[in-house]
Design a protein. Structure first.
Length: 224
C-alpha cells in the first residue's frame, strides 16, 4: 500500500514529504529539516519553486538514502553533508553468511560473489527500488532487517543486515562496507536503525509496477 504521505494535493514525493516521513520515523522532524536544508545547499537534494505546489521538485531513492545516511552518520546536523560524502562512497567489503550449523563463511566479490555490489549509498538505493517493485533480496525472501554504522571519524564501517522469517539461522546475511585496508580510528559511537525505513521510502516514492508471478527477487549472493 502506498503511504498516504504521497497523496497530497500535487501528487509526487518531494523533499518536504521526505522530511516529514523521516522526521516522524526518527522522532525529530526539526533536526531532519535542518539537515535537509544543508543537503539542499550542497546540491544533494533538489530545490523546486519556492512555496512548493506544482513547482516542487520530486525526489528519488538516492535522495532518500542521502538524508538517511546524513542522519545516521553524525549527531551534529551541521556536519551531516561532509559525513555523508564519506559514507556514500564506502565500498563493498565482504558478505558473511551463517550456514545451517552456524558456521561463518566469507564470500568476496573477487571470489565471484556479490559482483553487483558497489558502494553503500548506491546499494541502499537499489534496495529501495527493489522494495518499490514489490520484490525481496533473494530467492530466500530476504529483506533488510537493519543498518548498522560505526561512527569512526577516520574509518567508518557500515553493515547491512538481511533476514528471512522462513529461515531463522541460514536465512541471515550481513553485507559489509569499509575502506580497503581500513584501520579503526577513534570510534565515537555506533548506531543501528531498523531496516523498515527502506519500506517507508518505497511507500513515499510509490510502486514501480507489477512484478511477474513467482519473481521473488535477486539471486542469493548478488547485489540488492
Amino acid at each position: 500500500m502506498v503511504s498516504n504521505v504521497v497523496n497530497g494535493k500535487f501528487g509526487g514525493p518531494t523533499v518536504s514529504k521526505l522530511i516529514t516521513v523521516l522526521g516522524g520515523w526518527c522522532g525529530d522532524e526539526a533536526d531532519i529539516a535542518h539537515r535537509g536544508r544543508r543537503f539542499r545547499e550542497a546540491g544533494f537534494l533538489p530545490t523546486g519553486r519556492r512555496g512548493g505546489g506544482r513547482g516542487a521538485a520530486e525526489i528519488t531513492s538516492q535522495h532518500c538514502v542521502a538524508l538517511l545516511l546524513g542522519f545516521m552518520g553524525t549527531t551534529n546536523a551541521s556536519r551531516a553533508v561532509d559525513v555523508f560524502r564519506t559514507l556514500a562512497e564506502l565500498p563493498y567489503e565482504k558478505i558473511s553468511m551463517t550456514a545451517e550449523k552456524g558456521e561463518i563463511t566469507v564470500e568476496t566479490a573477487a571470489d565471484g560473489g556479490a559482483t553487483d555490489l558497489s558502494m553503500l549509498a548506491a546499494d541502499l538505493a537499489k534496495i529501495v527500488e527493489i522494495y518499490r517493485a514489490g520484490r525481496r533480496l533473494s530467492h530466500r525472501n530476504l529483506h533488510l532487517t537493519g543498518i548498522h554504522l560505526t561512527r569512526d571519524a577516520a574509518n567508518p564501517v557500515a553493515r547491512l543486515e538481511l533476514g528471512s522469517p522462513e529461515h531463522a539461522i541460514e536465512g541471515r546475511e550481513m553485507i559489509h562496507y569499509a575502506r580497503p585496508g581500513h584501520k579503526p580510528g577513534r570510534t565515537i559511537t555506533s548506531i543501528w536503525v531498523d531496516g523498515k525505513v527502506v519500506q517507508l521510502f518505497a511507500d513515499l516514492l510509490g510502486p514501480l509496477g507489477q512484478v511477474a508471478t513467482g519473481d521473488t527477487g535477486m539471486e542469493a549472493g548478488t547485489a540488492p
